[in-house]
Structures are given as C-alpha cells and as structure tokens.
Design a protein around this ligand. Structure first.
Ligand SMILES: [Fe+2]
Length: 358
C-alpha cells in the first residue's frame, strides 16, 4: 500500500456483483449487460429513444445504486430532447437544472450543461476535484447523465469512486467521527451529512464536496451513546462546534486520499468513453471528478464535448442532530470563533495550488 493509504483499513471493499435475476429481467428486453470491474456496468443493444419497461428501469436503478453507474453504449446522435427524456427515467422522474446554458448547447436546451475542452464548444474546466453534482442543493441530484457527444481521440474520461465502499475502508474511529460531521455549502449554506445511508442500497456512504464546502459542524461525542442514538437527538448549541482550519485540512486531505486510493484499494475506476456513450451515475452512491486529460486543449487531446443532465431527487440529503437544512453562511459565524466559516466561491481552500471549479 502507498504511504497515504496506510491510514485506511486493509480490507477488500464490498461492491456486490450484478444480481442474476435482475440481469435476466434486463436481458429479456434484448439488452446485454457487461459488469465492469471493480464497479459499474455497461448495457449493449439499447436504444434510449424508446422507453424501457418500468420493471427494467427499476432493476437498472437498483444496480446503479449498488455498483455506482451504468453506461448505455452506442447511443450516437441523440437529440437534446431525447437525452433529456432518457434522463427522466430515474430519481423523481424529472430533470433538475440549476446551471447556465452555453451558447453552443444544442437547441439551447436549458436542461443540458455542455462541457468541453474548447471554450467555443462548451464550458471549460468543470469538476477537477472529487465531488458529487448539485451539492449546493438540499435535494442533491439523485442521478446525473454524462453523454459523450464527442470523445477526444487522446482520451479524457471520468474518475469514479464508490462512496459506500469508501466508508467501509475507514478505520473504526474515523467512521465514528465522520458520522458526527455535517458539511455546510459555501455558496448556499445548505447542509449535508458527511456520512448518509443510501436510500436504495441502505449502505452508509461518505459524502463531501472538495471544492465548495465552507464549514463542517461536529456533533460532540457522548460517552457510551452510540452514533445511531446521537443522530436521532436534536443537539443543543453547545454540543455543536466548527472544525478549525487544521481539522478541516486533515479531513479534506483524508477524504481526498481515501478517494484517490480507490483505484488501488479496489473501489475506483477511470472510465474512458467512446463517442455515443450515455453514462448515468447514482449521484448519492458515487463521487467523481474529471480526469486531468479531460481538460487538456483540443490540439493535444482532440475535441471533447460532453453533455450533462442532472436529475431531481425525491428527497433531501438531510443532516442529523436537528441541524437545519439551510444555514446563513453569509452571516457571522454562530459557533466557536476559531472554527472555519467561509462563505462564497470554492469555500475552504484545503490545499494550495490545485485547480478547483464546479
Ligand atoms: Fe460533476
């Protein structure tokens, strides 16, 4: 194990294989499913212009929750409205669009967030650090679609890490500590638990935005009271405190090291796209970041055009301990004054000299 990985447990992370019964159901529609290792799966033979039967969509969404993501292969030349329609199969069955629209967006469809390594073609430099989409929302997107309208010849994929497996490899004391933490978004003041229980898989999963977090609140421990009990109780003000700059740096570096270590520890994948790949992630189960190659210019890498659609969640990603879902991040720090309370932009900068953008 690399040096940064020594702080994590040397256990084999559990990412369940595709369930044979669900695979049989999916394949009864003429599709072919291929499990990727160590996570994700590809689906061949689909045409997402035609809606799949509801039980198949249900089976796919359970597998997405378990394995993080799926890819419908060979879906070239989807129109903007076809892409949006296929995105409405998941989550709350509607899209949730919070972004600006780049002038090169097909049909100027406001539900499509067009990313590119050419500023004329789309928005540059999106998502270089580990994150989940829409963390500035209380109801963080349940799923996201990444449609590779044009894959760059030189490569430029996305890194994915399974957040349930990530929790499993944390040492016991960090599992306990992280479950007592709640992050505050730097631009909206929305709060999210650092560890949540996934609504479909039931797995405890880590969750933090490395480029948009302004504060982290700790619920202080109580001797002999298990975390599950603490989470059910409303904390008083003096049972809550903010992490200090040193504690924030340690937490963010641990989180980054944990997900960076996902490739070696067996719960991360570097996915390279073909043109026409339509990838959906379960955004509550899977963290992601653009690969460094994704942002290299077209003359080095080839032109990359990726359309993203974000999907409404049926529920809020709500914090424990009676902490409100929204805090006034632009108001003065209401907690201990040595704690970090950083509003605006990328929030707390935990490492100098690294690119951060959403
Ligand atoms: Fe993203």
């Amino acid at each position: 194990m690399g040096q940064a990985l020594e702080k994590f447990r040397d256990t084999t992370p559990n990412i369940p294989s595709l369930d044979p019964e669900r695979v049989a159901l999916i394949e009864s529609e003429g599709l072919e499913v291929k499990q990727l290792e160590p996570l994700g799966f590809e689906v061949y033979g689909a045409d997402v212009r035609k809606k799949l039967p509801e039980p198949v969509i249900e089976a796919l969404s359970v597998e997405m929750a378990n394995r993080g993501f799926l890819v419908f292969k060979q879906q070239t030349d989807l129109s903007s409205s076809e892409l949006v329609k296929a995105s409405e199969w998941w989550g709350a069955r509607e899209v949730h669009s919070t972004h600006g629209v780049h002038p090169a967006t097909p049909d100027m469809n406001r539900h499509i967030f067009r990313c590119s390594n050419d500023g004329q073609q789309g928005i540059l430099g999106v998502g270089p650090q580990w994150h989940n989409d829409g963390s500035f929302e209380a109801a963080t997107f349940s799923h996201s679609a990444y449609y590779m309208a044009r894959a760059p010849e030189g490569g430029g994929g996305t890194h994915f890490a399974h957040q349930g497996a990530a929790f499993d490899v944390l040492p016991k004391e960090k599992q306990e500590y992280w479950q007592r933490l709640v992050s505050v978004n730097a631009t909206t003041g929305v709060t999210h638990p650092l560890v949540h229980t996934h609504p479909i898989s039931g797995r405890k999963s880590v969750w933090l935005h490395l480029g948009m977090t302004g504060a982290v609140i700790e619920r202080l421990p109580e001797d002999g009271v298990p975390i599950e009990e603490l989470q059910k109780q409303d904390a008083t003000r003096n049972q809550l405190r903010l992490l200090t700059p040193d504690e924030m740096r340690e937490l963010f570096n641990d989180y980054n090291d944990l997900l960076n270590g996902s490739f070696e520890m067996g719960f991360g994948i570097r996915y390279e796209y073909n043109t026409g790949d339509l990838l959906f992630i379960d955004n509550w189960a899977l963290a992601h970041r653009a690969s460094p190659e994704a942002h290299k210019p077209p003359h080095l890498q080839g032109l990359r055009i990726m359309d993203r659609v974000t999907i409404k969640s049926p529920r809020n990603l709500a914090p424990h301990f009676g902490i409100p879902q929204h805090m006034q991040i632009y108001s003065p720090n209401p907690f201990n004054q040595d704690g970090v309370w950083q509003f605006g932009g990328i929030g707390f900068r935990w490492k100098e000299g690294i690119p951060m953008q959403n």
